[in-house]
Design a protein around this ligand. Sequence first.
Ligand code: HEM
Length: 400
Amino acid sequence: MATVGLDQTLAIPIKGYAWLPDLRRRTHGQPTPMRVLGRPAVAIGGPAAARFFYADGNIERHDAIPGLDTLFGRGAVHTLDGRAHELRKALFVALLAGDGVETLAKQVGGAFDEAADEWRGGPSFSLFDEVARVIAVAVGRWVGVPQNERDRNALARDMVAMVDGFAAAGPRQARARLARRRRERRWARLIADVRREEPGPTALSAIAHHTADGYLLDARTAAVELINIVRPATAVTYLVSFAAHAMERWPRVRARLASDDRYALAFVHEVRRFYPFVPFIGGRAARDLHFQRTDIRPGTLVLLDVYGQHHDPRVWPEPYEFRPERFLDRPVGEFELIPQGGGDPRAGHRCPGEQITVALLGTIAQRLARLEHYLPPQDLSISLGRIPARVTDGPRIVVA
Ligand code: HEM
């Protein structure tokens, strides 16, 4: 297959979210062969591509994308295949689905209300920083991690640092690595302590005592997986700041969001579709594959273009319009809206934290819509060159 242009590695940090959509336009949405890090790669997108990507046995994850250890941690569930993945994933699915989701959403909502009482009548502040603290502290408590006053701010800072810096160079990358080292070390000691106790009802205890084929995880890997709950839950903050951006930019959505639960769910899905967060998902072809008239050799890096798929007019009419209504009259397909992957989360790599994401974003966005607040003049741009994208100034808000 003919590859597109030069090796693409250097284009990624320059073009950010526009990288794959731009390349895929050159091949009119068909699979786009290229080279990344000197190795063959192919970009695909669209619901059929997502179905292909998540079909059993097509794609492997180990060593697929270098540099993700800073984000996920070494030996994380994200990087496992086959039976090892199946056993580890069952742990996450058991912890993150069911009644626990509602309990966590209530706790986060309550913590947001308490914080809002403090914000009232005060000066402007970074909604991003405050929401990160609210979520990190509530989720930390929910998983059973002991926290003292000083650790509360540090917890949010560490979780955000790992997300914010994994794909960056320079100081952001350094902060991400430092945060990861610090948390893994601290939580590995915590895991060792918890193992001396009887199993309890918390996620911390479940991870500490989890066995796969009769073996406990080593303490460091257990810490990695504990972080793999608290970090992405804290990352819902990015989506909350986009929700605040949407309310400011399209004020008509705010009143309906505040009062209508069905609309609130549609709003949450539209935020997850419209705004840039996960740019693409990658893996390696596990065997000889064929997709849309393209042969894909074993070992080829396969990149599923999430951002491009969410802005493809064939899937989402007028994709650059922010319109929650589009989710009121259509069911969410398993392979169309894929901000957290596609398919069945129990079987494949789809995010097991999607219910938590939707619940936390919904509860906070609705509270924010009801809260008397305004955004003072500031830079509300969102650069597509920055991964992960953020509202430049936070946003900062004032609560009346
Ligand atoms: C901010 C919202 C979130 C986004 C955008 C997000 C996105 C993703 C994506 C794209 C994947 C990879 C899918 C794949 O490789 O096929 C993933 C996997 C994962 N996510 Fe999330 N996620 C979010 C929130 C959460 C939450 C709240 C949790 C836990 C509380 C969580 C835990 C995980 C885990 C453990 C995996 C690995 C699953 C596996 O490899 O089988 N995520 N997420």
